[in-house]
Design a protein around this ligand. Structure first.
Ligand code: FAD
Ligand code: FO1
Length: 450
């Protein structure tokens, strides 16, 4: 039985006989997917067919070609896996509310389930769709271990206020997954296939960031990446994670962003590893507390993508320093090309462009320098967001909106001693970086990226 607390109703609707449809969006996987498991449970109870669809929307938050390439290659594998469970998969395209309303009518769908996402674009799609349909419409949080609306009923101030809630609820939610079953009530299991290259050529998206080669998409590759991390990197994670010149991170974020692996599965595997407890705890703090805190911020703060989402002390302090002299001011183009006086920052920008995944420690430094080198927080915010979401493979994600709001606007942080331009926003500089890690090693590494 799927824990009812993971599912909530978006629309009661009138129950009738007919197919159950899972509208897959954030959690693009067959394995360990609570939304898919709940959909199958409802279909089994009614001895009804079960189908899955994904609606391809053009220019999703200015997503680049490299993101659509990674995502579509993952979806081809999802379609194949679903076929093994005799569950048809439909790749639809167009504006999701209209496209889905037609599909539901034409395929006599009796119940609709979708996965949770705190981003405004997805919530708008669901609102618009709910007005067009009259069948029951449910939502399942398959992305957070603790459903976002269960973890807290308000925007949390900081990790330290969110962490106790998470640790209290984890035993209830960090549970093993039931297996998906071969579905007995589908007449056909065949899905209308699709080709990645053809689909990609039809998408109207930003083509500046080309597809990446260093990371293969899909659930199997996510699991390979996870086991490599568990075997070789988890033990040294606390010591190595803040040195961008070392390969100390899990590299799971692109798979987590596209939902190709369940964070709950990652947490279960990490918890069972024989690594020292402080390594496991350090990683789970990021994977669970930090990541689910980002969903909390985006879900409860409608201005998660702008300066007005910052706490008032941060907005005031940035306002007070608006007129401070900026020794350096760079345009978006100069920053995009990595053409500044700061070789460390240019290296981070090179990693972003060439690898599509900037090291986590550098993302803080990188964003804070954008604040220092632009004439206002508003301009800095939109510059950081555009570059982040144009090039990061894991971009267009609550973690990104929150990471930028933390760096520029003190979200989930505290006030620091006041200074030029930053006011009381936490400051970072190259001297601090050189105390933490070998700058040249990181710069040399990014030069090797091409
Ligand atoms: P690991 O250190 O191995 O972490 C494992 C997982 O824990 C990550 O995949 C992520 O899900 C979670 N995690 C780790 N650090 C954070 C964090 N600071 N906040 C929230 N979750 C975290 N993350 C994105 O997924 N997409 C983004 O677009 C993004 N933009 C960012 C922008 C800025 C300015 C900052 C400061 C952070 C940003 N982050 C973003 C958060 C973090 O840097 C990345 O999640 C992390 O570097 C991904 O690499 P990894 O999976 O190898 O990290
Ligand atoms: N979700 C969809 O339902 N349809 C899309 O066409 C789509 C495109 C897309 C492109 C890049 C990207 O990073 C994410 C994309 N997503 C899409 C959403 C994604 O699956 C996540 O739901 C959110 O980005 C994270 O909250």
């Amino acid at each position: 039985m799927i824990d009812p607390k993971r599912m909530r109703s978006l629309k009661e609707g009138k129950q009738k006989k007919g197919k159950v449809l899972y509208w897959m969006s954030r959690d693009q996987r067959t394995k360990d997917n609570w939304a898919l498991l709940a959909s199958q449970e409802i279909a089994m109870r009614r001895e009804a067919p079960l189908e899955v669809c994904f609606v391809l929307a053009d220019t999703f938050l200015n997503a680049p070609l490299r993101a659509y390439d990674f995502m579509l290659k993952g979806l081809v594998l999802v379609a194949r896996e679903l076929q093994e469970f005799r569950i048809p998969f439909h790749l639809l395209s167009g504006n999701p509310p209209e496209t889905l309303a037609h599909f539901i009518r034409d395929h006599s769908v009796s119940t609709l389930i979708t996965d949770f996402d705190p981003l405004k674009i997805r919530r708008k799609w669901k609102e618009d769709l709910a007005e067009k349909i009259s069948i029951p419409f449910h939502e399942v949080d398959a992305h957070n271990i603790i459903p976002c609306w269960k973890a807290s009923d308000k925007q949390e101030y900081a990790a330290r206020t969110f962490r106790p809630r998470v640790h209290r609820l984890l035993p209830l939610y960090l549970t093993p997954f039931p297996e998906l079953k071969t579905h007995p009530f589908n007449e056909t299991s065949t899905s209308p296939g699709f080709s990645v290259s053809e689909t990609l050529s039809g998408i109207n998206c930003d083509r500046r960031a080309s597809p990446l080669k260093w990371l293969e998409p899909g659930t199997d590759n996510a699991f390979k990446t996870l086991s490599q991390f568990l075997e070789n990197k988890l033990e040294g994670y606390p010591e190595r994670r803040n040195d961008p010149g070392l390969d100390g991170l899990s590299d799971l974020s692109p798979f987590l962003h596209f939902g190709q692996i369940s964070p709950q599965r990652v947490a279960l595997e990490v918890s069972m590893s024989t690594c020292p407890v402080q390594s496991r705890d350090a990683f789970l703090e990021e994977l669970i507390v930090r990541r689910e805190l980002s969903d909390n911020f985006c879900y409860f703060n409608p201005n998660y993508d702008s300066v007005s989402g910052y706490p008032s002390w941060a907005q005031d302090t940035l306002d007070r320093h608006l007129k401070d002299t900026r020794p350096y001011v760079y345009s978006m183009d100069e920053m995009e090309e990595g053409n500044t006086h700061d070789k460390l920052w240019n290296a981070a920008q090179r990693e972003l462009i060439c690898k599509g995944k900037m090291h986590g420690w550098m993302r803080m430094y990188w964003a804070k320098k954008i604040l220092e080198w632009t004439e206002s927080a508003e301009k800095a915010h939109s510059t950081a967001l555009s570059l982040n979401d144009r090039y990061e493979l894991d971009g267009r994600d609550p973690n990104g909106f929150t990471g930028i709001a933390w760096s520029l606007g003190g979200v989930h942080d505290r006030a620091w001693p006041e200074r030029e331009i930053f006011g009381k926003i936490r400051y970072m500089n190259i001297r601090g970086a050189s105390r933490k890690f070998d700058l040249q090693r990181y710069i040399r590494y990014t030069e090797s990226l091409g």
